[in-house]
Design a protein around this ligand. Structure first.
Ligand SMILES: Nc1ncnc2c1ncn2[C@@H]1O[C@H](COP(=O)(O)OP(=O)(O)O)[C@@H](O)[C@H]1O
Ligand SMILES: [Mg+2]
Length: 290
């Protein structure tokens, strides 16, 4: 198993629940960090604790953090703000508050949060990092942004190299080089150290998105380990009930369709009638991973 396990799929299909379950299960014998980057995070309510601004050990071997936009931007400014300002101001006359504009670019915080996951991985504090992601669209644009950023840096490197004498006073090339290395490390983490689990429920949009995501992520070079089909109704539960039978028919249609469109293993999880307790989540997690 790779050290980073990422859970992705449409909103509301069970990514957070299953991420928690897998994290709980793995933390029986491993050190685990559970990271949520979903802006509508719900780890706090699942673990019945306040928002996790820093990794909090919720039980032995399990740390949890909910990365909010504010938190990410603050970390980013501390780490890269000065450097970026140095680069910008050496090219064009800008004031420090230019950094505020950069922070307001939509989706930029997801870009920086990859750095957080990479640092957690490099710290070697954890055996596994479970990454509960934001829904489909933002995760794809995030991966593309990462790739485009890398290409830009390569180009910037060439341009600055040509006019090196002009920039000699500033350690520009060194800076660009270190960013490029960081981006390369992030791409490497995504492609070599990360396994993706796609989550869907047996309905049209979640299944369609999972199939789409599988193709797109693999095109990008990521490894999709399998698909979790969550919230299945029990067959024969209610043979007389027209509503139930209709739902079951729909469910079976999308179950079949998913099977016909993917070569990946599919793990089936049932709808839990009494909701999800932590111990139940752990059992679901075990079913996915084991
Ligand atoms: N197998 C299941 N049985 C019953 N309820 C479930 C199941 N999986 C998820 N849920 C419920 O569905 C809702 C959405 O799940 P969540 O994990 O937050 O999805 P996501 O993170 O993909 O948005 C939650 O209220 C959760 O408790
Ligand atoms: Mg969620």
């Amino acid at each position: 198993m790779k050290p980073v396990l990422m859970f992705s799929g449409k909103g509301g299909v069970g990514k957070t629940s299953i991420s928690c379950g897998v994290a709980l299960y793995l933390s029986r014998v491993h050190k685990v960090l559970l990271v949520s980057t979903d802006p509508c995070g719900s780890l706090a309510s699942i673990f019945e604790r306040d928002v996790f601004e820093e990794p909090v050990e919720v039980k032995d071997n399990l740390w949890v953090i909910e990365l909010t936009r504010e938190k990410i931007l603050k970390m980013w400014r501390e780490k890269f703000g000065e450097d970026l300002y140095a680069v910008l101001s050496s090219i064009i006359p800008v004031k420090k508050d230019a950094l505020d504009y950069i922070e307001s670019i939509p989706g930029i915080e997801t870009e920086f949060m990859l750095d957080f996951i990479l640092q957690a991985l490099l710290s070697r504090k954890y055996d596994f990092i479970i990454w509960d992601t934001a829904p489909t669209a933002s995760i794809l644009s995030l991966l593309n942004a990462q790739f485009i950023f890398y290409q830009h840096l390569t180009q910037a490197q060439r341009i600055y190299f040509k006019v090196k004498s002009f920039f000699q006073k500033k350690p520009l090339l060194k800076l660009i080089d270190s960013w490029k290395r960081l981006t390369a490390d992030i791409l490497d983490m995504l492609k070599e150290q990360t396994e993706v689990w796609l989550v869907a429920t047996p309905e049209p949009m979640p299944v369609t998105q999972a199939i789409y995501l599988e193709k797109e992520l693999e095109k990008f070079g990521m490894k999709v380990k399998g698909i979790v089909l969550n919230r299945l109704l029990l067959e024969n539960e209610c043979p007389e009930c027209r509503y139930f039978q209709q739902r079951l028919k729909l469910q079976n249609k999308w179950k079949e369709l998913l099977k016909s469109q993917t070569q990946k293993p599919v793990v089936y999880l049932q709808e839990q009638e009494a909701g999800l307790s932590l111990s139940l989540l752990e059992k679901l997690g075990e079913k996915v991973i084991a």
